[in-house]
Design a binder for this molecule. Structure first.
Ligand code: ATP
Ligand code: MG
Length: 429
């Protein structure tokens, strides 16, 4: 098919000790058993770019069953892609058998819109390189010789810091439209430019994301927004008209505000916050992402239901149900996350109540922290006054007696006359 360029270790500079020891064990075991086995994908790419890889994927000539024979802790998973997961306790490494391009055999299937349905056709290392997405993701590292094998010009692209789709970009995006959001993810995360021919078709093909299973898009969306570069990712997604196929309601809200408004501020404040948390190793939850992205819709929906005479809390619930019904057409959201998102929204109304009993109960609520973080972001975004954020920040820091004193001072008759501070009142003031 194509010639291979072998880059010796003296030229590429990968230090094998930077590769996880267990991944090295897998590579050595498979090669000793007579199979070809390489480190591939993000692991090689990130090491060459000087980043610490998130995971170490392995490609081999051994079938999943053969991998299991060599490494008995293997579990074989998947239908569309049959993969070997080699376990070390709870941790596992993905070992994929070389695959051929789908159209070389009648075992692969291509459906409507050129999409690949069944991709379980085994092949050679060269074929495996060509069926990968971007050239920089198709470099193979041979632990035994220390060489990087390059079949597709990935090394050149890596030097140019550019993402180039292997083969005809239009065909490849049609085969799997998720490759468009992968392009955005890598461009944002690794600070790469998308090479013009790989970039141009994205604008026109973005709507093909509508054919992707909402469950797969949930996983991809988390990778997009929890990769540490969420702000840049958002901007690129909007630039390529991709956000409207992932978060249509957020795209509409951002477009309406045209760069200036409390929803835009909220989204940016939240994503900046997520990026900071990820960089400092703090946990993040998908529930928060959905709480932010759907907030404008939910807030406006809740106002509409209130105007129709529904009680405040009920109105938020009704609006939340509407917003999720719309959202899951694109991205499915597991119930445990959507429930938490709903709680974050419905708890926003509780920050106005400052009497001791309600405050103490609220502070103990298992979702208090998430609801509080969300409320402070709303304040930061200029949607509500900063007073509540300051008050609730302070009350978490003081001792029991001071807490009671703060509540008594806030619920004294003098303060009561100030009215509540819900998003609605502030929006209109
Ligand atoms: P990271 O793990 O850092 O997010 P990655 O490139 O390793 O990035 P994975 O999803 O782990 O991404 O995939 C591993 C490799 O599998 C990729 O580098 C690429 O070679 C190949 N690959 C993944 N998804 C696709 C796809 N949709 N089309 C073609 N090849 C793909
Ligand atoms: Mg990977």
């Amino acid at each position: 098919m194509s010639q291979v360029t072998r880059i010796p270790s003296t030229e590429h500079g990968i230090n094998p000790r930077e590769i996880d020891k267990k991944a090295r064990t897998i590579l050595t075991s498979l090669t000793k058993a007579g199979y070809e086995a390489y480190l591939v994908g993000g692991g090689v790419r990130d090491l060459l770019l000087g980043y610490h890889p998130k995971d170490f994927d392995i490609a081999t000539s051994a079938t999943p069953e053969q991998v299991k024979q060599v490494l008995p802790s293997t579990r074989i998973i998947g239908r569309r892609f049959r993969l070997a997961h080699v376990h070390f306790g709870r941790e596992y490494f993905e070992v994929a058998t070389f695959r051929a391009p789908h159209d070389n055999s009648d075992k692969g299937q291509v459906g409507d819109h050129g999409r690949i349905i069944n991709d379980n056709v085994y092949g050679t290392v060269v074929e495996d390189a060509y069926r990968r997405d971007f050239s920089i993701n198709a470099l193979f590292y041979d632990l035994e010789t220390g060489e990087v094998l390059d079949f597709v010009g990935g090394m050149d692209d890596l030097k140019k810091l550019q993402l180039r789709m292997i083969g005809d970009p239009v065909v490849r995006y049609r085969e799997d439209p998720v490759r468009m959001i992968r392009a955005v993810r890598f461009a944002a995360k690794l600070n790469l430019t998308i090479e013009p021919a790989s970039e141009a078709p994205i604008y026109e093909l973005s709507s093909l994301l509508g054919n992707i299973a909402p469950a797969r898009l949930f996983d991809e969306t988390l990778k997009l927004f929890h990769g540490g570069m969420a702000v840049k990712t958002l901007e690129l997604l909007r630039h390529y008209h991709l956000l409207e196929h992932l978060f249509p309601q957020a795209e509409k809200g951002l477009a309406e505000e045209a760069g200036e408004g409390s929803f835009t501020n909220l989204v940016y404040a939240a994503l900046n916050n997520t990026d900071k948390r990820i960089r400092s190793g703090k946990p993040v939850t998908p529930a928060f992402l959905f709480a932010v992205m759907l907030w404008k819709q939910v807030k406006e929906g809740a106002e509409m239901y209130r105007d129709l005479g529904n009680p405040a809390l009920q109105s938020v619930h009704l609006a939340a149900t509407d917003a999720f019904a719309e959202q899951v057409k694109c991205i499915s959201v597991p119930r445990r996350f959507s429930n938490m998102t709903r709680e974050i929204w419905t708890m926003q109304g509780r920050f106005q109540f400052k009497n001791t009993r309600r405050v103490m109960g609220f502070l103990d609520h298992r979702r208090f922290r998430a609801a509080y973080d969300f409320m402070c972001l709303r304040a930061q975004a200029g949607e509500i006054m900063p007073d509540d954020c300051e008050w609730w920040t302070l009350i978490q820091e003081v001792d029991e007696q001071e807490k009671i004193a703060m509540c008594q001072a806030s619920s004294s008759p003098k303060k009561k006359g100030k009215g509540n501070r819900t998003g609605r009142r502030n929006k209109r003031s």
